[in-house]
Write a protein that binds this ligand. Structure first.
Ligand code: C2O
Ligand code: CU
Ligand code: CU
Length: 486
């Protein structure tokens, strides 16, 4: 390269970095303050708003045959009154906002007809589902306006709480943010037989948790500032199933909550008032071996957890709040007393742990860069480039590190690393065994600055898949790669 051009590029690049860093420094004094800044800047925070928690409908299976299921999904424009008196433009599946819950059983042959009624392309990705690459709904399976995509697959994995959302190249953040997300449940003989709550919306409650940045007229424009490109798009309010500060009426019994962090970028620290204890029974891809007692739960974007809480010592009229750090997200009202006796299960399932001695290939994934320059192994997403080639059914060890640590006083972002088409097992965080609630099936793992996470996985489906950071602004900036399983 010509010497002058080289110097010119180096200077331009340095100035750019300087501008980005200064902007970052002056607008953000650190991640822990984000929520306070968000709440203070919320023009609507004093508007009274409290409503019942909506429960997404279960999607009707239109194939009556046992062992088969067929579903219709329509991707459409909508509008919704999140805040009384304010109409917000949204997107939804079969409705104004979010999507219905799809429920299938292990072994089912499933067909889904996804009709795109938008004026722009979209895709629908089944996050956490182990299906062949062409059924995965990643950036290659584009559904053009007025077209219908008809994926079909057999459910070939254990009971789990998965989800679905768009995955269009560079446009995922906006489409998810505007409302495109839904839950995808799998049942199997173990989930059916376990003595845990199973009545959908009654004592087995779906919670899709997403933050939104409302303007003073109730809109949720998706316009990214430099700060949003750095940290991801953070909101000033948190919605659960599309409701602000919802109320959930429950009986005083054991209740199962299925939490999905469907947010673009924020990691929640969930807890309940009075630090009441609960039990995590499932991680992203299915049941843990035993219930894990805890009083805080951290979920990064795309992560899920199922928890049980025992309300049997509570009385009619008692109130418990679900919180994120010190902010109340939802109020649980004990609305009915029952004397149903039930016991919290201890053993849930048996997990066949991979044997590390059988690893046939170790791969490294280094997450680095910041803002629009975020990358994995120094590369940004290119649809025409396959980054890794894998052999079907072989055990792999993936070593995921986060080197995107900022300079000086800048702290950088932990990145939630997600792998398509597989449920993996975390074996190490910085050389140590992961916490108990991460010793189950996972498809997304938060990797902190300077952290090294090792996971084991057997890829059982053929085709082209993605791995990426699930902060959607990072994904859209190119923090994503492709692997081919053959
Ligand atoms: Cu939840 Cu690649 O996606
Ligand atoms: Cu996924
Ligand atoms: Cu990231």
């Amino acid at each position: 390269m010509n010497k002058n051009i080289k110097w010119y590029l180096i200077i331009v690049f340095s100035v750019l970095i300087l501008i980005i860093y200064t902007g970052y420094y002056f607008t953000d004094i650190g991640r822990s303050l984000d929520r306070e800044i968000m709440i203070e800047n919320d023009p609507l925070s004093d508007k009274e708003n409290s409503n019942k928690l909506p429960i997404p409908p279960l999607l009707e299976d239109i194939d009556p045959e046992e062992g088969k299921a067929e579903f219709n999904l329509k991707v459409q424009y909508g509008s919704k009154e999140f805040i009384k008196g304010y109409k917000t433009e949204t997107l939804g599946y079969n409705g104004n906002y979010l999507g219905p819950t799809i429920k299938v059983s292990k072994g089912d042959d499933v067909k889904i007809n996804v009709e795109n009624m938008l004026n722009e392309p979209t895709t629908v990705h089944w996050h956490g589902l182990e299906v062949p690459g062409e059924m995965d709904g990643g950036p290659h399976q584009v559904i053009d306006p007025n077209n219908t995509w008809k994926p079909y697959f057999t459910i070939d994995q254990q009971a789990a709480t998965l989800w679905y959302h768009p995955h269009l190249l560079h446009r995922t953040g906006e489409q998810v943010y505007k409302g495109l997300a839904g839950l995808f449940y799998i049942d199997d003989s173990i989930s059916n037989e376990l003595n845990i709550p199973k009545e959908y919306g009654i004592n087995d409650i779906p919670l899709v948790i997403q933050d939104k940045r409302f303007t003073e007229n109730g809109d949720i424009p998706y316009e990214l500032s430099m700060r949003d490109l750095m940290n991801g798009f953070l909101g000033n309010e948190v919605l659960i199933n599309g409701a602000l500060n919802p109320q959930l009426d429950l009986k005083n019994e054991i209740v199962r909550l299925r939490l999905l962090n469907g947010s673009n970028a924020i990691t929640y620290e969930f807890s309940f008032s009075n630090e009441i204890e609960f039990y995590q029974i499932a991680s992203d891809g299915g049941f843990l071996e035993n219930s894990i007692r805890m009083n805080k739960l951290s979920l990064a974007p795309a992560e899920r957890a199922e928890i049980l809480i025992d309300f049997s010592n509570y009385k009619l009229g008692d109130k418990i709040t679900l919180r994120d750090a010190e902010y109340n997200l939802m109020t649980i009202n004990i609305a009915e007393e029952t004397n149903k006796l039930s016991k919290l299960p201890d053993n849930l399932t048996e997990i066949k742990y991979h044997n590390r001695d059988e690893v046939s290939k170790i791969r490294k994934f280094v997450m680095s860069g910041m803002g629009p320059m975020v990358a994995i192994n120094g590369k940004q997403m290119n649809m025409d480039r396959i980054d890794e080639k894998l052999n079907l059914n072989e055990l792999e060890e993936w070593v995921i590190t986060n080197e995107s640590v900022g300079m000086g006083m800048m702290n950088s972002t932990p990145h939630p690393f997600h792998i398509h088409g597989v449920q993996f097992q975390i074996i190490e965080r910085n050389g140590k065994s992961p916490p108990l609630n991460e010793r189950g099936w996972k498809d997304t793992v938060l990797v902190d600055n300077d952290e090294e996470v090792r996971v084991l996985a057997v890829f059982r489906k053929k085709g082209l898949f993605m791995y990426h950071c699930h902060i959607l602004e990072h994904e859209d900036s190119g923090m994503m790669g492709q692997f081919l399983v053959e």
